[in-house]
Design a protein around this ligand. Structure first.
Ligand SMILES: Cc1cc2nc3c(=O)[nH]c(=O)nc-3n(C[C@H](O)[C@H](O)[C@H](O)COP(=O)(O)O)c2cc1C
Length: 206
């Protein structure tokens, strides 16, 4: 399993195992390690950060669901996932384009909360270019159903049934611009928590 731990030792970065001897000691080292883990999670199917929970606002209530972390653009502080444009979350994002992606790694013993601003692309270059690369793969079926996500079904779902006569895909790309990282490490020698946002990098009480 590649999900082994933070960055290799050297130039003030963290060790390559999540032991107490090699843990990240500085805020910049933690920030670097967090973005590396996020990036690794897009390639490593065993990395638990690959399947974060996305929380959104639904009117006066909260909503949350698992998504797959597809892309990480560290320079832009941007995460991306894919969805069906008819999904409930899409209407929620249109009404309130804010959310929080939450992930936990039992290997690192790190919880990460990514506070994000969300934008949708259903027909622009971001969506059409990515759809072109997945449209002939099995993953395309997630976006080809005639029925919107959450629509009531008359019968028991049949996993063999296809998308039947679909006229167009409902593929959408969601970009999540991270404006705050809230990092928490659980440790027998003392939990640590740090914030990273426009106000800077700082330790906070866990
Ligand atoms: C492991 C896992 C990965 C998932 N990945 C995605 C995803 O990348 N995009 C997505 O829209 N839904 C994904 N889902 C389904 C959502 O959790 C959710 O059930 C669906 O999108 C409908 O949610 P909504 O009604 O809030 O839009 C995933 C579910 C699981 C269990």
């Amino acid at each position: 399993m590649r999900h082994a731990g933070p960055l290799a030792m050297g130039d003030g970065r963290c060790g390559d195992t999540p032991s107490m001897d090699t843990r990240c000691e500085t805020l910049p080292a933690i920030r670097i390690a967090v973005w590396k883990e996020l990036s690794d999670a897009t390639h490593d199917k065993s990395h638990t950060w690959r399947t974060p929970v996305l929380a959104t606002v639904n009117g006066h209530t909260a909503d949350a669901r698992v998504v797959i972390l597809r892309e990480v653009d560290e320079p832009e502080r941007r995460l991306r996932f894919y969805t069906d444009e008819r999904a409930g979350k899409v209407a929620q994002i249109r009404a309130a384009p804010t959310g929080c992606l939450v992930m936990w790694s039992p290997v690192l013993r790190w919880q990460l909360r990514c506070h994000v601003r969300l934008t949708l692309d259903v027909s622009g270059l971001a969506a059409t270019s990515r759809w072109a690369s997945i449209r002939l793969t099995p993953a395309a079926n997630d976006y080809l159903s005639n029925m919107p996500p959450g629509a009531p079904l008359q019968d028991t779902p049949d996993s063999a049934s296809g998308s039947g006569g679909v006229s167009r895909a409902h593929f959408a790309v969601v970009s999540a611009d991270v404006y705050r990282l809230d990092w928490l490490e659980l440790s027998p020698t003392g939990n640590r928590r740090a914030m990273f946002d426009d106000e800077g990098e700082r330790w906070v009480q866990p």
